[in-house]
Design a protein around this ligand. Structure first.
Ligand code: FES
Length: 159
């Protein structure tokens, strides 16, 4: 059986929304504590708080590229509030699944989106449920349990 399904392969071979929005309304970068790979997401948001465009740059593996492609497709047209609810599980589900050892790659997309929305909220004076006390520079130890399930090797911090 092939390791990656057709949807994952298609998004890897033909990734959507690659690049960087000039003068974005929000920009987020996230580095994986598991593998050290990085993802950047830039957003355009209109006056109704709808994400009108999203682009990504990923220094990561094929699963990270497929995850970012799917994630940016998912959040385009969503309100910022809705996009905050897009989890890595949702991204994996839309991709039709990823191998267990690659689930952490989808975490990059979830965190990069959250960081980009945090940046938008900060620069536009907005507040959203789920962003209270959020620190985009934290190593997300509050997610350790989740990351562990997602294949985290353990960073040794916060333990
Ligand atoms: Fe680092 Fe997939 S993002 S191995």
């Amino acid at each position: 059986m092939a390791l990656y399904n057709d949807t994952v392969m298609e998004h890897f071979m033909n990734p959507r929304n690659v690049g960087e929005i000039e003068n974005p309304d929000g920009k987020g970068i996230y580095g994986s504590p598991v593998c050290g790979d990085m993802m950047q997401i830039t957003l355009s948001v209109d006056e109704n708080e709808v994400i009108t465009d999203a682009k990504f740059k990923t220094f990561g593996c094929g699963s990270a590229i497929a995850s970012s492609s799917m994630a940016t497709e998912l959040i385009k047209g969503m309100t910022v509030e809705k996009a905050l609810e897009v989890s890595n599980e949702k991204i994996v589900e839309e991709l039709g699944g990823l191998p267990a050892v690659k689930i952490h790659c989808s975490m990059l997309a979830e965190h990069a989106i959250k960081n980009a929305i945090y940046d938008y909220a900060q620069s536009h004076g907005k507040e959203y449920a789920g962003l209270e006390g959020y620190d985009p520079d934290a190593e997300h130890h509050d997610d350790c349990e989740e990351d562990e399930e997602a294949g985290c090797q353990g960073c040794g911090n916060g333990q």
